[in-house]
Design a binder for this molecule. Structure first.
Ligand code: NAD
Length: 395
């Protein structure tokens, strides 16, 4: 074996994983932590991260270097030489052009709103995985970024509400009088909603919650909250555990039933979403106007359209003394932990398909999780649900 062949063979042993710095305005999170870098290095991968990749989340370049990463300042080179690119937000169309044909790209992709981007990923021969499509199965739980981030969003929503409320949350018995606990109403008791309930309860609030999926009632009660019952007729959930969309008539009945609870509440937190669709408007302007001055409404669903009629995207506004908080990227307000869990989701994903003997990512096209979240491969869009959403035939 010649020395040059040996070198080539040795070089090919290492898959190069690249982690660019997030460029989305206001994004504080990152796709890797020094801990996940060290784990990738132990798997036998070469890891390159862009300079400053984790600074806004509290991770220094020195910590990534110590973990075994190489710091790269030339972003174009970082992206164009990588075998696997890990990031949080979707790439820009301009940056997809830089990627190597056959490169593996793992990130959120916002695929229902980004047809052109998905088509470009396909055209450029990128093997793109969509984090929004990680299935809701037991095996995939450790990779489920929607859940890891929604959980933190639920926590942050309550902390923001408490900071903006004119009341304290817990009951306090003092010589100067007894303070009654704050009343919090949580609409939508999925991952974010359940964490919001748990956090508000920990702060001592009296919590009521509502969700259209009847299975949630027991989970709500087990957290010490009351469940609001509304008879909407047939509601149910999809096989993935997501809510089914309601009819206009059902939404009307729901709003009417929630109105009274909103009027009595000091804080309303809305987290109701329907996967792949605009979030339903559940709190009308009229309902907000009728709430007590000093109350707070937090619209956690704002990035998918919002549940509150008068919420202004990424703003805190006030109507008749009621504050409406509709800030984007709530997990980004606790970037250290949001990065920790997101980076773990990505590591767990890559590790699941890593051939430890040959130190390579193996694409298992027949695997359940891969089938669900692989959207483009070898020049084609291969996700059935995207082809259906785009009105295209299987390629
Ligand atoms: P989501 O973000 O899509 O929606 C949030 C909540 O809003 C859901 O509970 C939904 O039922 C509710 N909702 C929708 N329309 C509503 C309306 N009109 N009024 C009130 N509520 C409404 O959902 P999610 O938080 O991502 O999770 C949905 C479910 O999937 C949860 O029960 C969760 O436990 C389950 N899940 C399972 C796994 C797994 O098994 N691996 C992983 C994650 C989540």
């Amino acid at each position: 074996m010649t020395a040059s062949f040996c070198l080539l063979y040795y070089a090919r042993l290492f898959m190069k994983i690249a982690v660019p710095k997030e460029t989305w305005v206001g994004e504080t999170r990152a796709a890797a932590t020094p801990e996940t870098v060290a784990k990738f290095v132990r798997l036998g991968a070469e890891v390159e991260v862009e300079a400053g990749v984790g600074v806004s989340a509290g991770f220094t370049d020195e910590a990534y270097i110590k973990a075994g990463a190489k710091i790269v300042t030339d972003r174009s080179r970082l992206l164009s030489e990588a075998d696997i690119i890990l990031r949080l937000r979707k790439p820009s169309v301009e940056e997809v052009v830089l990627l190597k044909r056959g490169a593996i790209h793992v990130s959120y992709l916002d695929p229902f709103n980004e047809k052109a981007l998905i088509e470009q990923l396909a055209e450029r021969g990128i093997t793109a995985f969509c984090m929004e499509f990680i299935p809701r199965t037991t095996r995939a739980q450790k990779m489920d970024a929607l859940s890891s981030q929604a959980n933190l969003a639920g926590y942050v929503a309550v902390i923001l509400a408490a900071a903006h409320s004119n009341k304290v949350f817990p009951m306090m018995t003092t010589p100067a009088g007894t303070i009654a606990p704050a009343k919090v109403f949580v609409v939508g008791a999925g991952v974010a909603g359940l964490q919001a309930i748990a956090t508000a309860r920990r702060l001592g609030a009296k919590v009521t919650a509502y969700d259209t999926r009847p299975v949630v009632e027991e989970q709500v009660k087990s957290l010490g909250a009351q469940f609001l019952k509304i008879d909407l007729g047939e509601t149910g959930q999809t096989k993935d555990g997501y809510a089914k969309p309601l009819t206009e008539e059902q939404i009307k009945i729901q709003r009417e039933a929630m109105k009274k609870v909103c009027l009595e509440s000091d804080v309303v937190i809305t987290t109701a979403q329907v996967f792949g669709r605009r979030a339903p408007i559940l709190i009308t302007r009229e309902m907000v106007e009728a709430m007590k001055p000093g109350s707070v409404v937090v619209d956690v669903a704002i990035e998918s359209g919002g549940n509150v009629e008068c919420a202004q995207p990424n703003q805190i506004t006030e109507i008749n003394g009621v504050k409406i908080i509709a800030l984007f990227n709530l997990p980004g307000r606790v970037p250290y932990h949001a990065t920790q869990v997101y980076a773990n989701n990505l590591y767990n994903f890559v590790e699941e398909y890593w051939d430890k003997a040959n130190k390579r990512f193996i694409l298992k096209l027949e695997d359940d999780i891969v089938k669900a979240c692989l959207v483009t491969h070898e020049g084609k869009i291969i996700s059935d649900r995207l082809l259906e959403a785009y009105g295209q035939a299987k390629q």
